[in-house]
Write a protein that binds this ligand. Structure first.
Ligand SMILES: *Cc1c(COP(=O)(O)O)cnc(C)c1O
Length: 231
């Protein structure tokens, strides 16, 4: 279990590191949203994190998120899907999540748009990009991003807000700085080409979030640094 005292101390430390990285890069701490990645942790842990002031939560499995957040869903809690979306889960996803941060194909976008049409407001989405071109990872190739963003403009029930990436696992986070930089440049190029604001860059996890913030992350997805190692 996650001890609440530990959680408090860990959160404090993460918030300090966010602030330090933001100031270092000439930005403000409040420009960076901390998404608490609570996959594998029970509802009690989500509640404890919420009580400490966290509002953004990330899950990578639709089924698990549905069970957990049917028990606890305050109106100001923002739930992000950060894992690969399967086509048989689009209906549930459109109903459950406030944002889909891991959209990685036009086909899925079409299916999701159909389900999202019943929502009162468009569903925010980020395109997941496999910047390093890793075989084992989901995400769009860099070249695929601009054409898909173009096509998304025909799907008004989805609102593309930016890009997301999961960097390769490395021992020194400096090694993945170019990955984060490339995502930011890609976002800039797409904004320019489309004349469409794409404010969000979701990048950085426990091992590399400080570097990601220095490279322009507007959201970081942190699990272990807050909750400890997953079982
Ligand atoms: C699990 C996960 C995270 C959090 O990873 P930590 O190393 O625990 O911070 C972030 N993003 C995605 C997409 C994940 O699946």
């Amino acid at each position: 279990m996650v001890d609440e005292v530990d959680l408090h101390d860990r959160l404090e430390q993460v918030l300090w590191r966010i602030a330090a990285a933001a100031w270092r890069s000439g930005r403000r701490p409040e420009d960076v949203t901390l998404i608490a990645v609570c996959k594998t942790w029970p509802t009690s842990v989500v509640k404890a994190a919420y009580d400490l002031g966290l509002r953004h939560f990330g899950e990578n499995r639709v089924q698990e998120a549905a069970a957990k957040f049917s028990e606890f869903r305050p109106a100001d809690l923002v739930l992000h899907l950060i894992g690969h979306l399967q086509s048989n889960k689009v209906r549930q996803t459109a109903a459950l999540f406030d944002s889909v941060d891991s959209l990685d194909s036009l086909g899925l976008a079409g299916l999701l748009a159909k389900q999202a049409a019943v929502r009162p407001t468009p569903l925010p989405v980020l395109l997941e990009v496999n910047v390093a071109g890793e075989e084992s990872k989901f995400g769009l190739a860099v070249e695929a991003v601009l054409p898909i963003l173009r096509d998304l403009q025909d799907l008004p029930s989805l609102r593309p807000l930016g890009l997301m990436t999961v960097a390769p696992v490395v021992s020194d986070p400096e090694e993945v700085r170019p990955v984060f930089r490339r995502l930011r440049e890609l976002r800039d190029e797409c904004q320019q080409a489309l004349g469409l604001p794409l404010p969000e860059l979701s990048m950085g996890m426990t091992n590399d979030y400080a570097v990601a913030i220095e490279e322009g992350a507007t959201a970081i997805r942190v699990g272990r640094a807050l909750f400890g190692e997953r079982a």
